[in-house]
Design a protein around this ligand. Structure first.
Ligand SMILES: Cc1cc2nc3c(=O)[nH]c(=O)nc-3n(C[C@H](O)[C@H](O)[C@H](O)COP(=O)(O)O)c2cc1C
Length: 164
């Protein structure tokens, strides 16, 4: 388990996400686990768990699970091999598809498909399918050590040329 802030949407059909992995010149347990099992989960951090979530970025030896070093608990859903974080409000089960080397700085872009999505509360998903991350209390990451609340300012209709 570790914090990743570089996770980004890559496309909707098929539903793809990507994230950037730091150079694999030192052991990267997350990378090794993903390559060995082919799966991982993405769990949104909410304000109540920021301290433990941040602690998961500490360099523990491979045989030490970050679950054993924090109050965060594992939960297995629908026979998916990778554990989710119990109580996280938005969770995704993902399957690794491919990796691309970013030669300029020796990092990797990992591309994965979202196979499962779990949303905990009824007030998170709106009628049109859109998820309110503020209602989910999902935090955003500022730099490498700051965690902030999100506040929705506005939603807009699909932008069309010359139409306000
Ligand atoms: C706020 C924050 C964001 C991070 N984002 C990333 C990231 O996008 N990619 C990455 O490779 N590491 C990122 N890290 C570092 C990993 O969490 C850290 O290297 C962790 O130990 C990875 O686990 P592993 O080395 O066992 O694979 C981030 C750390 C913090 C605190």
């Amino acid at each position: 388990m570790a914090v990743f802030s570089s996770i980004t949407h890559l496309g909707s059909n098929p539903p793809l996400i990507g994230f950037v992995l730091r150079p694999t010149t030192v052991p990267r347990d997350t990378y090794k686990n993903i390559k060995e099992t082919g799966v991982f989960t993405v769990n949104h951090i909410h304000s109540q768990i920021i301290e433990d979530a941040h602690h998961t970025s500490a360099k523990y030896p491979r045989e030490v699970s970050e679950f054993s070093q924090t109050q965060l608990e594992e939960e297995y859903l629908d026979d998916f091999y990778a554990p989710y974080i119990k109580g996280a409000k938005i969770r995704m089960g993902c399957r690794f598809l491919n990796e691309y080397e970013i030669k300029e700085n020796d990092t990797l872009l990992l591309v994965s498909e979202i196979e499962h999505i779990y949303i905990s509360d009824t007030n998170i998903q709106q009628e049109d399918g859109w998820l309110s991350l503020s209602n989910a209390d999902t935090v955003t990451i500022n730099g490498l050590d700051g965690y902030a609340k999100t506040e929705l300012l506005e939603r807009f209709s699909y932008a069309r040329p010359k139409t306000k």
